[in-house]
Design a protein around this ligand. Structure first.
Ligand SMILES: [Zn+2]
Ligand SMILES: [Zn+2]
Length: 531
């Protein structure tokens, strides 16, 4: 058995054989928290944390919220006027652009924290403005940077294209006059005080060393020191050889005499929308938000996707396609875990099972739950009556033999939530072919236009469906062959079938439509053609 990539990484951590570990991640709150950010900064670290805890280790898992950062938002996330007004101000002091929360951080971060529990996230959030203000170890780290600033400068200059000046200070004080934290410059430093000048408003004044913000790489290292971080992953932008992670590692080793945290780089996720493909990014507002995921699907399915696809894979996320796909892959993993199915490639079995268990926070269900493919559900929710949806759905699933035994309260609750989520997806993201309206009466003009061989084909398909015993793939092959046997091209044949049932030339996978509408309904519609 070859261990999963994530297990192998955790084995490396365990080699240090410590009793206590700190796992860290970071969140820049430059805009909405999208699912891509969740991947490397909290989901993988939460899984690592749980795994280590299961090995008997004591683990502190933190997520650093960069509230001491200046505003970096761009249009169209906020207006030009907003940017002009707030640029350079710490986001903890920036107003909520929509006016519904106390400030920027609450608007773009705190509301997402409510989603954390559903994702099984183990992190304790820590805000940088509070660390600067209160943490003595952070103050110590700032002093180390100020004392060893020449050495820090030499190290950073080895990596940076643009060299830092001779009189460089790794600290930007917060301007007491205009609240800017970007535009200040240290003039002198003594003990815990610095004198600074603000380029924006011209103010010259004094501040405490912990009332500012370290240069971002210095800050990253200072946070490792403050929390004695053992594990931290990083986005691919920091990963290149000679990139920022390497420079931070060297700063930590040389200035602090410490071993840098273990970690790996994780890839971005692109949002595919209206034919365009853009990497998700908060400050530009290219985002599929984490709470939006909870409106369309199961958190376990997204976690499974992230684990099984590995950190180094760039992922494309097209809400109209990827959401059903991820859920169906997750269902398949569940069947493999419960030994009801074998994977396509045998050597993937362990990887799939590990990813499934990890996606369930190492506490997978005792028995397999109700499985209804997402794309089938997308049809079902559209043909159910508006009233008593859940009861009607259960009745339908019994007739479809998807529910064979009783259904307990827990399953019923899950089913209700699934109906709600898939309905939301259909209304907001489903592609046109998935949206359907069944015509129980076939319009006369459609019947009149049919050629003789097409009517014959429909009769044959009618008989195939009539004799069908419930195996989906078999039905698909038989319908396909029946269409061809009547000298009609398969896509043309399916177009005719869709036209009769849905009044348009495309639709969801045809056999799923048959399954959802059920045999009698389909036969009844088809029979209208040759009555
Ligand atoms: Zn708000
Ligand atoms: Zn100022």
């Amino acid at each position: 058995m070859i261990k999963s990539w994530l297990e192998r990484f955790i084995d490396e951590i365990l080699k240090d054989n410590k009793e206590r570990y700190t796992v860290s991640g970071g969140m820049a709150v430059s805009g909405p928290i999208h699912i891509g950010k969740l991947r490397g900064e909290v989901i993988y670290p939460s899984i690592i944390t749980r795994y280590l805890r299961n090995q008997g280790k004591e683990v502190r898992h933190i997520v650093i919220i960069y509230t001491q950062d200046p505003l970096k938002a761009k249009e169209p996330l906020v207006t030009k006027q907003f940017i002009e007004k707030w640029k350079g101000v710490r986001i903890i002091n920036v107003e909520d652009p929509e006016g519904c929360h106390n400030n920027w951080v609450e608007h773009f971060y705190e509301k997402y924290e409510q989603s954390y529990e559903e994702f099984g996230i183990t992190a304790e959030p820590i805000m940088t403005h509070e660390i600067y203000e209160k943490n003595e170890r952070m103050k110590e780290a700032i002093k180390i940077f100020l004392t060893k600033r020449k050495e820090a400068r030499e190290i950073l200059n080895k990596y940076k294209g643009e060299k830092l000046a001779e009189n460089w200070f790794p600290l930007k004080p917060l301007c007491k006059n205009c609240y800017n934290i970007l535009t200040t410059k240290v003039i002198s430093w003594e003990g815990e005080d610095v004198e600074y000048e603000c380029n924006k408003c011209g103010y010259v004044g004094k501040s405490k060393i912990n009332e500012g913000k370290l240069e971002w790489r210095a800050e990253w290292v200072a946070l490792w020191y403050t929390f004695e971080v053992d594990v931290e992953l990083y986005g691919k932008d920091h990963a290149a050889a000679g990139g920022s992670r390497d420079s931070c590692n060297e700063l930590y080793e040389k200035l602090f005499n410490k071993m840098p945290p273990k970690g790996f780089a994780y890839e971005w996720i692109s949002l595919v929308k209206d034919g365009k493909r853009e990497p998700m990014g908060s400050s530009e507002g290219v985002s599929f938000d984490i709470d939006e995921w909870l409106r369309v699907g199961k958190p376990q399915a997204l976690k499974y996707w992230y684990i099984v696809m590995k950190a180094k894979t760039h992922l494309d996320f097209d809400p109209s396609r990827t959401i059903p796909l991820i859920h169906e892959e997750y269902d398949k993993a569940e069947r493999i875990y419960f030994n009801l199915e074998e994977p396509f490639a045998k050597d993937l079995k362990h990887d799939i099972i590990f990813s499934y268990i990890a996606a369930n926070d190492f506490n997978p269900p005792k028995k397999i739950g109700l499985q209804i493919p997402y794309s089938l559900m997308a049809i079902l929710v559209q043909i159910l009556p508006k009233e008593n949806k859940l009861e009607e759905m259960i009745r339908k699933l019994r007739r479809m033999k998807i529910i064979n035994d009783g259904i307990d309260y827990e399953e019923e609750r899950k089913l209700a939530s699934y109906i709600e989520k898939v309905t939301y997806w259909v209304n907001k993201y489903a592609p046109a072919n998935i949206k359907i309206k069944v015509q129980y009466e076939v319009p006369e003009n459609i019947i009149k236009e049919l050629m003789d061989n097409e009517v014959k084909m429909l009769k044959d398909v009618y008989n195939v469906i009539k004799n069908w015993e419930g195996e989906i793939n078999k039905l698909e092959t038989e319908i396909y062959n029946t269409i061809k046997a009547n000298n009609i091209k398969p896509n043309q044949g399916f177009a005719i079938l869709y036209k009769i049932i849905l009044g348009k030339e495309n639709g969801p996978r045809f056999v799923s439509l048959v399954q959802a509408l059920e045999k009698d309904t389909i036969l009844n519609i088809l029979s209208k053609v040759f009555k």
